[in-house]
Design a protein around this ligand. Structure first.
Ligand code: FAD
Length: 376
């Protein structure tokens, strides 16, 4: 079968932000692209759909936040943002705490009212824990940064569920730094720009891919006909898993996966906040999102919540979080070396680079790739 029927300049594998921005920028320069997407819809993990007037984020809560003005201005060409500020609440066995760790959290945990009292309490707990020398694992790292109470109630259970391993078996670098604020500020992010698109994220992709020079085929897996695609298209932008591209020849890279269970409630307000983290070890999910609190257009009378359950990854599941430990980083280097030899394939995005990227980083990386492709 012939795929390059329209003499496309580019084959783009994946319709997430990396692939879609590349296609948009190529079209602006008169280049024709075919995007193939194995899912039934465009948008990658940023995909949202509308239900009861509510924008539901199908692949977990997505809040756009950045300090990068160029990226912020860029994304604002395609959508208006609603000014949403992420303020997460933690539920530990029925006790509620504000996140990230700030004066509200310290007051709720210990009753302390001033930054001095909070700093003294944390310092005292660090001394009592008696950890000396370089922290050997995540548990030691967390306790040496924030003390035992916050570690055991707000970090331990959540982290162990998320990674499926004991905190004593996780490397310390996972929480190299912990955001600690001695102010009464519940804003989860420190970034200057933040929000959620007023019409959901999918509307951004409808605009990115509107050009006559871009065709999109959903339900199409590149791996099913890899060799034919590569031989027919002059250049390929690949945003799928890098190890899959090379048929796992050096072995599988590891990921953590998650699954979501959604419920529709006859209510305007189920939990009173967009995100509540469940930080104990027993609750099987890590967080619950109530989508109507991410924007303000929801119809009255219905609310949709989604529970996020972390799970082990295998090839039948979506790969969400790369496990960037030493073993996997070494393995990735082998694939990266191999990919550098393929001059007609650009590997990009979070799966192509085996790297956890926030959306703004993917936007920035795609714009850099465009710059390199067209201006060098
Ligand atoms: P993706 O969006 O994953 O797109 C890749 C596309 O390629 C997918 O559609 C996939 O189906 C397709 N594909 C893969 N292989 C093939 C193949 N063989 N053939 C055809 N198609 C293929 N970022 C933030 O900035 N803020 C947040 O709040 C935030 N929350 C997140 C929450 C969760 C649970 C997760 C997992 C991520 C979150 N992110 C967040 C990160 C954000 O999702 C990513 O930065 C972004 O989606 C990465 O874009 P991408 O184009 O690299 O990949």
């Amino acid at each position: 079968m012939k795929y390059n029927t329209k003499n496309y300049d580019y084959l783009i594998v994946g319709s997430g932000p990396y692939g879609s921005i590349f296609a948009y920028e190529a079209a602006k320069r008169g280049k024709r692209s075919l995007i193939i997407e194995k899912r039934a819809h465009i948008g990658g993990n940023m995909y949202t759909h509308k239900e009861n007037g509510i924008n539901v984020h199908d692949f977990g809560a997505h809040i756009f936040h950045t300090d990068n003005k160029e990226v912020w201005d860029y994304v604002n060409q395609f959508t208006e943002f609603n000014g949403y500020i992420n303020q997460v609440v933690a539920n530990y066995k029925g006790e509620l705490y504000n996140l990230p760790f700030n004066m509200n959290t310290f007051y709720q945990m210990w009753g302390v009212k001033t930054p001095g009292e909070a700093a003294a309490k944390i310092a005292e707990q660090k001394v009592t824990a008696g950890i000396s020398g370089a922290p050997k694992n995540l548990e030691e790292q967390a306790i040496s940064l924030i003390g035992t109470d916050i570690y055991s109630k707000l970090i331990k259970g959540y982290t162990e569920k998320q990674w499926g391993r004991k905190a004593t078996e996780l490397p310390a670098f996972i929480i190299g730094r912990l955001p600690v604020r001695y102010t009464f500020d519940n804003n989860y992010f420190n970034h200057r720009y933040q929000g959620v698109p007023v019409d959901g994220y999918t509307a951004i992709f409808d605009k990115l891919l509107a050009s006559d020079l871009i065709d999109v085929q959903v339900n199409t897996d590149f791996m099913a006909n890899k060799e034919t695609y590569l031989s027919e298209f002059p250049k390929t932008i690949y945003t799928g898993m890098i190890d899959a591209f090379f048929d796992y020849k050096y072995g599988e890279l590891e990921y953590r996966s998650v699954r979501f269970e959604s419920e529709v409630h006859e209510s305007d307000n189920v939990q009173g906040n967009a995100v509540i983290n469940y930080t104990d070890a027993e609750t099987p999910y890590t967080r619950v999102m109530e989508w109507r609190h991410f924007d303000n257009h929801a119809d009255d009378g219905k609310s949709i919540i989604s529970k996020e359950f972390p799970q082990d990854w295998d090839r039948s599941k979506e790969a969400y979080y790369p496990v960037n430990d030493e073993k996997n980083s070494e393995l990735f280097k082998k694939y990266r070396k191999e990919s550098n030899n393929l001059k007609n394939v650009i590997f990009g995005g979070r799966l192509g680079n085996y790297q956890y990227y926030d959306m703004d980083q993917v936007f920035g990386a795609a714009l850099k790739a465009v710059e390199k492709e067209f201006n060098e």
